[in-house]
Design a protein around this ligand. Sequence first.
Ligand SMILES: *[C@@H]1O[C@H](CO)[C@@H](O)[C@H](O)[C@H]1NC(C)=O
Ligand SMILES: *[C@@H]1O[C@H](CO)[C@@H](O)[C@H](O)[C@H]1NC(C)=O
Ligand SMILES: *[C@@H]1O[C@H](CO)[C@@H](O)[C@H](O)[C@H]1NC(C)=O
Length: 396
Amino acid sequence: MLSPTPFSLICALLLCLPLAVVFTVNSPTGTTTNSAIVRDLSKSQESHFPPPPLPAKTHQKIGIKVLHPPPPPLPEDDDSLFRVASRVNSRPFPRTAPKKLAFMFLTTTPLPFAPLWEVYFNQTPKTLFNIYVHADPTPKYDPPFSGVFSGRVIRSKPTRRLSPSLTAAARRLIAHALLDDPANAMFALLSPSCVPLHSFNFTYETLARSKKSFIEILDNEVGSYDRWAARGPDAMLPEVRLEDFRIGSQFWVLTRKHARLVVSDRRLWSKFGLPCLSLDTCYPEENYFPTLLSTRDPRGCVPATLTHVDWAGRSDGHPRTYNASEVGPELIAKLRSDSPRYGEDVVRTNGSDSSVGEREKERERRRHDPFLFARKVAPDAIGPLMSIARDVILRD
Ligand SMILES: *[C@@H]1O[C@H](CO)[C@@H](O)[C@H](O)[C@H]1NC(C)=O
Ligand SMILES: *[C@@H]1O[C@H](CO)[C@@H](O)[C@H](O)[C@H]1NC(C)=O
Ligand SMILES: *[C@@H]1O[C@H](CO)[C@@H](O)[C@H](O)[C@H]1NC(C)=O
């Protein structure tokens, strides 16, 4: 290799100078944040995502700053966004770094338990988690997202119950989280009425250790046919057969591999993304994810949700909501002591192969995974929640 002569140095300078000027003008702060792709909703409701500012890289050889062009901004339309996200590495990277948990909040209201989450996350090194918020842009958010949620709102679209929009929003959250940080290893979906049942540490240990997703996958549930046929009889065919159709909680934790599988899927989404004709059986967010994962990688799933919910005696589509006077140490202890309901088809038996399948089934039957979150808690329970936060909720 030739050592640089004064002449070649001058040439290099002349070549690089215009570039440096261009990019210095484009990125006035010159600093980098790991939240470059997320912007606070209140500040950028209609603005485009500006290209993320880049750090200046110093070129070792000639000792001058060489600036690389910024990566293209994230596409605005979902299909392109999912396509870009489907190209990420399916394993967390770098391998040697600690895995991160992506906490993905799907909301249409300010987060009533933000102060509790603040305590939850503030005991924790920032290197172990990321937060993402999908906030329907239609309502006004007062108070605005602040503290650990500040600047964590992704570009969001309107969401409505009884439509595919909640599922689309969850897919959007996954895509942003995949693209934002290659170290995100587990992707947890949460609602504003969810509360933690354990410390971050406990939750981290449980999730970072798991090679499988936690997603409820139930077969032969009452009402399966009506949900399957909500877009018209046979509308789901041929992509989604009735016998492959599954039901499960809207709230799951997915591995990075499964997160990528979700954003890569076009076949099932082409059907689940259609509007329903029959609204009272339209819950795509409880069908799309369990159906997709049970079809594509049942063995990679623990078929249960780690978000506690109580449906006992309800038929109106809303689970029991704990009010302020019910929230206390006893409630937390009770929710923690419950055991998740496991779906039956963890391991699909394969005619003759059986002994391996049976052993695996037996092992799955003995599982007892802890609930990590619970819903639904009424917003005015924040007072009682804060008074037991440190001594009960965050003490394992
Ligand atoms: C979390 O766990 C780590 C390592 O296991 C420990 O050092 C730390 O003290 C724990 N933090 C809390 C708040 O318990
Ligand atoms: C809270 O819920 C309990 C149990 O459902 C009920 O008995 C009680 O009246 C409720 N309290 C308030 C203030 O709504
Ligand atoms: C059953 O096992 C055979 C041989 O291992 C395999 O080729 C086949 O795809 C399996 N079928 C199912 C439904 O898993």
